[in-house]
Design a protein around this ligand. Structure first.
Ligand code: 5GP
Length: 121
């Protein structure tokens, strides 16, 4: 139903603007609107079938693998492949605010230099 459409589904459907860095048939990569690190991008599957990682099943295996490969590729393109974190928040109590699966790539200068930095809490 329309009222259930998430912000990310609207971005995928070009109903909301975003800074898109990458797109293929299975996913998009956008800049996070409220970055928690100097590099903070979101890898978002186009499928709306997986609200949380815990909702994924074996039929999503290839897609989940693809998202990890895109994460590695994006880390190289963004020049952070030496030091980055890949985060999936699952559930509101873990900080998930958008219930459409997404992976965060987080990297910062402080992190590159060996200190975790405030933004990693
Ligand atoms: P979560 O907390 O669900 O793991 O992550 C949701 C992320 O989406 C947050 O980091 C938040 O800043 C980001 N976000 C929320 N709304 C928008 C939006 O409209 N555009 C973009 N680019 N990012 C968004």
């Amino acid at each position: 139903m329309a009222e259930d459409k998430t912000i990310f589904a609207m971005i995928i459907d070009d109903e909301l603007p975003s800074e898109k860095l990458y797109e293929d048939d299975q996913c998009i990569v956008i800049k996070d609107i409220n970055p928690k690190a100097s590099t903070h991008v979101l890898i978002i599957p186009k499928s709306t079938e997986i609200p949380r990682l815990a909702d994924a099943n074996e039929s999503h295996q290839a897609l989940l693998g693809h998202l990890l490969l895109v994460a590695g590729e994006m880390s190289r393109r963004l020049g952070v492949d030496d030091a980055f974190r890949l985060v999936i928040n699952n559930g509101a109590d873990a900080g998930q605010t958008v219930f459409h699966l997404h992976l965060h790539i987080l990297a910062s200068k402080a992190f590159d230099e060996g200190s975790l930095g405030k933004e990693f809490g």
